[in-house]
Design a protein around this ligand. Structure first.
Ligand code: HEC
Length: 166
């Protein structure tokens, strides 16, 4: 037989094999999807779930937190808590811009207790720029705004945060 013919027969068989493998995997994939869908629905009843990791806060807190953030925090941290691209560089007076809170910076290194404290007391007391909010926001409102902030953290960041602080 011609070498080329042999090569093309082998290739065709390989392709056929792949098609068969794919077809036999599909029902399994659908089954997995169904299961994760069920898990998702079970946990979203009470808690927010951006994927597979359960969160500590509720949808109600997130909704309340969105308003609080817009009014009190967005001017400095940006409307989506993403700050500005060069937030790592100090301005002319040596002050650093407000950091992003969306999971791309360090906020997820801190426990919930420390995040609450930062919002209550601000950074001004320890040489920073952020004003304290303890006279403006209740403890519940601070929790709500942090809940909204954390909806910006993807599952990977959220999971690392909970493992660090859990
Ligand atoms: C006047 C600008 C300003 C406002 C308003 C402001 N922040 Fe900040 N925030 C900062 C700055 C600047 C920092 C960095 C620390 C410092 O300099 O105090 C910071 C730090 C933080 C941190 C710590 C982040 C980290 O990576 O360690 C959190 C959390 C935070 N802010 C949340 C909030 C929330 C929530 C609000 C609204 C209730 C808010 N901030 C309002 C300027 C602001």
């Amino acid at each position: 037989m011609d070498k080329k013919v042999v090569v093309s027969i082998v290739l065709m068989l390989a392709v056929l094999g792949l098609v068969v493998m794919q077809a036999s995997q599909q029902p399994n994939q659908q089954e997995n999807q169904k299961i994760s869908q069920q898990t998702y629905q079970q946990t979203t009843d009470s808690n927010i779930n951006n994927g597979t990791v359960e969160r500590w806060y509720t949808q109600q807190q997130v909704a309340q937190g969105a308003d609080i953030f817009k009014t009190n925090c967005a001017a400095c941290h940006g409307p989506e808590a993403a700050s500005i691209p060069n937030w790592r560089e100090p301005d002319e007076s040596g002050n650093y811009p407000p950091p992003p809170l969306d999971g791309s910076a360090h906020a997820w290194h801190h426990s919930l207790a420390l995040l609450q404290k930062t919002v209550r007391e601000g950074g001004a007391a320890v040489g920073g720029q952020m004003p304290p909010f303890k006279d403006l926001l209740s403890i519940k409102e601070i929790d709500a705004v942090l809940a909204w902030v954390q909806t910006h953290w993807n599952d990977k960041v959220y999971q690392m945060w909970s493992e660090r602080n859990g």
